[in-house]
Design a protein around this ligand. Structure first.
Ligand code: KIV
Ligand code: ZN
Length: 504
């Protein structure tokens, strides 16, 4: 059996199913380029049939990817497979990933199909997918709760129809490592090299990584995972955890290996966090803010004497250069471009010019600019959507025992409109003015402010979730050295997204 573990990244598909993580095509393209740099073998670029936007993203990635297999998900229905095949057409290496549920509960209540109908549909889907490309993956959704004999039957039939990879997901994150190891071991034996056995584990019981590693030890040779473990509900198995476990514990896993360039793990994690606005929890393994922080005196003393007393992997090995101070106000465009490339961004000339201007502007206000400031700045540039409304001026005042007030000037249709309002706090006052000027009333569902890097003058990043006219989770992001201005930008960003969605 081959010793290479194929890393199948599904950040752009399952990862995008995290609440609030939806991304536009420009954002997905940046991530795709970084995933290629990271060295993933297969990138699930999306679900082409889901919407015209998803089709476009898969298609653009298919055009740009050079050395990586680009994949699209498709239900086992003709329409989905056709969309996947067409979106992937320009790719040098392409794969269609088709699936149908195989557990009794899914077949009876969701699909309302008999097991033999499910097998027939799966075989037809694989055959149809083969008419678009040779590399076809078949997934038994909810394999973790499926009957083993039925799994063997459907996998046998789909392999005969041409599937080259058989994926057995623990869709609801129900299984324990010992159980999955047994199940995968039996399936590996049954499939006997006729297809690659793949696993796809969800994290509902916090076991996704442990389950994936148990499956690898049992003979699975493809692991489906996401950066930072983002994904549906509690998320997917985290790529960085699986890769670093295999690398760090070669005493257990050798001769198994992955082709991931570990130094690209941290830059990739930061890129995903800045684009999606979903920060890994501070104590998240490998990429969390505290993953390499030693708080107790005893630990600090130990690390100073010999790093490996308390560190099993080094920060440098995943590409973490602690808050490296970057450019200053005298830095030129060339140095700026080089730094962005090192951080994983590839900007066209117009976006590069705007980002450079923003950087200069920031460097005038803020003495020290860190990698994270640049990531946030550029992420804001590439996530930008057409600005139907744009904040041009904000004046606010508040006092601890009185209402706050805000005056806001907003540009709309080349005209600047100003208004003011009182509120229960400054954020409330600002959002009221925006509602009044736009004539669209939003309900704030979530509000989060984070300091992008460090220092009293750190950039503030505000993420909001707003309900507008029944669209209940419109996201907006704002970045500014002033927290209230960042809040105003985030709210107006959500408004612009809503208007764009409405137009579409
Ligand atoms: O979790 C799951 O079962 C999936 C499949 C569609 C592969 O995401
Ligand atoms: Zn999944």
């Amino acid at each position: 059996m081959d010793n290479k573990i194929i890393i199948f990244d599904t950040t752009l598909r399952d990862g995008e199913q995290s609440p609030g993580a939806s991304m536009n095509t420009a954002e997905k393209l940046q991530i795709a380029l970084q995933l290629e740099r990271l060295g993933v073998d297969v990138m699930e670029a999306g679900f082409a049939a889901a919407s015209p936007g998803d089709f476009d993203a898969v298609n653009q990635i298919a055009k740009q990817a050079s050395n990586i297999t680009v994949c699209s998900l498709a239900r086992a229905v003709e329409r989905d497979i056709k969309a996947a095949g067409e979106a992937l057409a320009p790719a040098k290496y392409k794969r269609i990933h088709t699936f149908i549920a195989t557990s009794p509960i899914h077949m009876e209540f969701k699909l309302k199909m008999k097991p033999d109908e499910v097998i027939k549909r799966a075989v037809e889907a694989v055959k149809y997918a083969k008419s678009f490309c040779d590399d076809v993956e078949f997934s038994c959704e909810d394999a973790g709760r499926s009957d083993l004999e039925f799994l063997k039957e459907i996998c046998d039939a789909t392999i005969s129809a041409g599937a080259k990879t058989i994926n057995l997901p623990d869709t609801v994150g129900y299984r324990l490592p010992s159980e999955l190891s047994q199940m995968i071991g039996q399936m590996v034996q049954f499939i006997a090299g006729r297809a690659v056995v793949s696993v796809h584990n969800h994290n509902d019981l916090g076991l996704a990584t442990a389950n994936s590693l148990a499956c690898v030890s049992a003979g699975a040779r493809q692991v489906e995972c996401t950066i930072n473990g983002i994904g549906e509900r509690a998320g997917n198995a985290a790529l960085e955890e699986i890769v670093m476990a295999i690398k760090t514990r070669q005493d257990v896993f050798a001769p198994l290996y992955t082709d991931i360039i570990c130094k690209e793990i941290y830059p990739t994690s930061r890129l995903i966090a800045s684009i999606t606005g979903i920060e890994p929890q501070p104590n998240k393994a490998i990429v969390g803010k505290n993953a390499f922080a030693h708080e107790s005196g005893i630990h600090q003393d130990g690390v100073l004497k010999h790093k490996e007393t308390y560190e099993i992997i080094s920060a440098e090995s995943i590409g973490l250069e602690k808050n490296s101070l970057v450019l200053g106000k005298h830095s030129g465009r060339h140095a700026f471009k080089d730094k962005l490339a090192a951080l994983g961004f590839d900007l066209e000339s117009e976006a590069l010019n705007t980002a450079f201007e923003k950087f200069k502007d920031l460097a005038d206000k803020k003495k020290e600019i860190f990698d994270d400031d640049l990531r946030a700045l550029v992420a804001e540039e590439i996530t930008k959507i057409p600005q139907a409304y744009e904040i041009v001026r904000l004046l606010q005042s508040s006092c601890n025992n009185a209402l706050a007030s805000a005056s806001v000037s907003i540009k709309h249709n080349d005209e600047v409109v100003s208004d003011s309002a009182l509120g229960n706090g400054t954020v409330d006052a600002i959002f009221k003015v925006v509602d009044r000027i736009s004539g669209v009333s939003g309900i704030l569902k979530d509000y989060k402010v984070t300091a992008v890097s460090q220092g009293k003058d750190a950039l503030a990043k505000v993420d909001v979730k707003v309900e507008f006219e029944g669209f209940n989770a419109v996201m907006g992001h704002g970045l500014d050295i002033d927290t209230m201005m960042a809040s105003a930008k985030a709210y107006v960003g959500a408004l612009n997204s809503f208007l764009k969605m409405k137009r579409n």
